[in-house]
Design a binder for this molecule. Structure first.
Ligand SMILES: [Zn+2]
Length: 199
């Protein structure tokens, strides 16, 4: 039994996490991740303090209830890729000059469209994260009488960042392209301060 198990069964006993949710250690994930009804956690976070773990597990449980935004965006982007793939095959197989001209036009329109689309995708994920943050913070305030959940959130973010992996090259490129759209840690904390602490 580690701290995650302890906190998880406590939250279940208090019915703050549904019966169907499971928990399992897995080093395949950098920190915590709700996937198909199971909260996976990297063992290196197994003994964070109880208060932080309550907040994190409640955040992941919130994803169980509400992840439509990311899912919708995910499937829309997959279909877009499928369509582009089909166009590519069709375009390269065709021999007529007209088809070639049409194909290059589509490419010119398509690339900026895809970049724009990824931004929409990003803001949907962002919304799911904000919603999960607020839901977890509200429960901590109501059920555990945490006066300023934003302070606890800040601590949880710092703890998971400190032990987390260094930013990958892919993530750096991503941040360079979409840095402005990504919810920063500061924005997440500020949002809880105004929506939960001061209400
Ligand atoms: Zn999340």
């Amino acid at each position: 039994m580690d701290n995650v198990d302890d906190v998880f069964s406590e939250l279940k006993k208090r019915e703050l996490i549904t019966k169907a949710t499971k928990v399992a250690p897995s080093s395949n994930y950098p920190n915590f991740k709700m996937s198909r009804g199971t909260i996976f956690y990297n063992p290196k976070f197994a003994n964070l303090d109880h208060e932080i773990l309550r907040l994190i597990l409640l955040h992941e449980e919130a994803h169980r209830h509400k992840r439509q935004n990311s899912h919708l965006a995910f499937w829309m982007i997959i279909s877009l890729f499928a369509v582009s793939e089909a166009l590519l095959v069709y375009g390269t197989r065709s021999n007529t000059e007209l088809m070639k001209a049409m194909f290059s036009t589509v490419c010119i329109i398509y690339i900026p469209f895809l970049l724009f689309y990824a931004r929409i995708f990003e803001s949907s994920i962002q919304k799911d994260e904000y919603d999960a943050d607020v839901r977890a913070a509200r429960i901590m305030k109501k059920e555990y009488l945490v006066n300023r959940p934003s302070v606890l959130t800040e601590r949880a973010i710092m703890e998971t960042r400190r032990r987390g992996p260094d930013d990958s090259l892919l993530l750096s490129i991503y941040n360079l392209l979409y840095g402005g759209m990504h919810p920063s840690d500061k924005e997440r904390v500020e949002r809880i301060k105004s929506l939960v602490d001061d209400s």
